[in-house]
Design a protein around this ligand. Structure first.
Ligand code: SF4
Length: 231
């Protein structure tokens, strides 16, 4: 049986309750399956616009202090493929749009190479506000922000999720294994096993390691093949 999310503060537990969320997590142990929360949107939430209203000018975690804009996510609300990264960078914080910096340009090229456009996919992040100096978000920050992404996934109902980089991959899969072990094969979303998930390297990693572009393309070819098969 799932365990109550006891580490959450009273204020946050109240918030979850207020929105009809039943927060549960399993213990986090290295190399052990984990899940951070059972997605349950506020009662009556049926659209991304409603999730955005629920999010509001969010100040639920410390990342609100230094952010310029909340980066909610963008793309087709009925996208078949959902790309998920770690969090906004400087360019995204300024614009409010995910993946618009140098890494974003590279993601655009990956999407184009898949014969798709940004308007056909959806792009989001684990946290919606920029962590200072682009550090990895803390567990508390992730826990507070994740229900919004979970709700977005529930509303979009993608046929495939592609996680970009270790943070997004380990959270969505529920496995802390290194990226080299997670990438290149299909997983299931920890709290929504009907959605297949491909983990691959983050475009920012590809900027530092261009040789890995081929590996990412191999991963995307698998994604396209599976999408075609499922038709
Ligand atoms: S990161 Fe998420 S939970 Fe934290 S302030 Fe931003 S929107 Fe709110």
């Amino acid at each position: 049986m799932a365990q109550k999310n006891s580490h959450l503060t009273k204020e946050y537990q109240g918030l979850w309750k207020e929105h009809g969320l039943d927060a549960v997590v399993l213990k986090r142990k290295k190399k052990q399956k984990k899940t951070r929360g059972i997605p349950k949107a506020p009662v009556g939430t049926k659209s991304l616009a409603e999730i955005q209203i629920w999010l509001g000018e969010c100040r639920r975690c410390g990342l609100c202090k230094e952010r310029d804009k909340i980066v909610f996510g963008s793309g087709n609300p009925k996208a078949k493929i959902l790309f998920i990264g770690e969090g906004p960078g400087k360019a995204e914080d300024k614009s409010g749009v995910p993946f618009v910096g140098r890494a974003g340009v590279l993601l655009d090229k990956i999407i184009e190479a898949m014969s798709l456009t940004r308007d056909e996919v959806y792009i989001a992040n684990i946290v919606k506000c920029r962590p200072p100096k682009n550090r990895v978000p803390t567990e508390e920050e992730i826990d507070r922000c994740l229900p919004f992404l979970q709700s977005q996934i529930k509303v979009i109902q993608p046929k495939m999720i592609v996680t970009l980089g270790l943070t997004a991959s380990s959270i969505l899969i529920g496995d802390d294994s290194p990226m080299g072990q997670l990438r290149g094969k299909f997983h299931k979303v920890a709290w929504s096993p009907s959605i297949p998930l491909m983990a691959t390297y983050h475009p920012a990693y590809l900027l530092r390691n261009p040789a890995a572009k081929k590996v990412v393309w191999d991963d995307m070819k698998q994604v396209l093949k599976k999408m075609k098969e499922s038709h």
